[in-house]
Design a protein around this ligand. Sequence first.
Ligand code: NCD
Length: 360
Amino acid sequence: MQSEYQHLIDLSDYPVSWWTKLIDLGVEIKNDPPKYAHQCDGKIMATLFYEPSTRTQMSFQTAMLRLGGRIIGFDNPANSSVAKGETIKDTTKIVSSYADILVMRHPVAGAAKAASISADCPVINAGDGGHLHPTQTLTDLLTLKIEKNTLCGLTIGLCGDLINGRTVHSLCKALSMFEGNRFIFISTPELRMPAYIKDIITANGSTFEEVDALDEVIGSLDVLYMTRIQQERFASVEEYLAQKNTYVLDRKKMLLAKKDMIVLHPLPRVDEIKVEVDDDSRAMYFTQAKYGVYARMALILTILGEQGGSETLKGKVYSGVRCDNPKCITNHEEYLPKSFRFSGDETLLECEYCDERKLI
Ligand code: NCD
């Protein structure tokens, strides 16, 4: 299925050279913001946030305002026609006829892809359920580029809710494309990284290991990426409470870490990083959030500067075949074509919206 526009739904839709060019632009913008102050004069960005957000929404808005553009949108769908039952298709169709670029966050996996099918302007995925968060990854890559001066040869520990954390899914997919990166997944058995992400890491030639204890591995890390336990994605409060407080980074654990290890976190933090760590020069999460504005300025400029369209759905619809993931957008909005692609072998289908696999 063709779209007239270039969207950012998943970074893997673009070659690595596209990401690195964008990151280089982010560095240039950071070093000389006034040069970019009028590059989006007369442009309008719409932010459709169906889920809570502080950093992603405000950094996108700040980015557009700093480029000279203007913003419209909602951050509470209850105040829009969504509350009256309007579909993503209709909301997107209308808003994309008002704006030049549309940024969407939604609690259901594949929602931004669904929006891109009917939008009359480029769509950016600002987080789709527990699935992906490509613009956080651009922020993380920009932070690594500036603070570690490389995207290669790093040992990266990712700690916390690896099954539901969309930021770590996008980040591992991206970093595994750079040479020599090694991942250490630190989580409880219930919150391990999804199999499809581990398969992508292996296919890209990177390695990973899975451990339970943070203090056993912290000393070997160049980067520690902490994450929040995603309460809103658990089936019950009991299941969440069983995971809460498992990993808490404190001053004592930081004593075990390398002198040049950096701590990242997409934020918001709940209790997984003690406030006492904030004064440590290796705590980079507030700086990371600041860099999010430069990454998003670079993204807006890149997407708006792009010519030509893109293929929104590359797979096939198989008669009677549906996605088994109840958290997939195709199980929430009936009109969507239920499109699948083959995953590796000929017996496994992968939903194009949420990556859920299905044996045939
Ligand atoms: C993250 C998100 O929304 O996925 N936050 C963010 O975008 N900066 C992480 C989280 O909510 O835990």
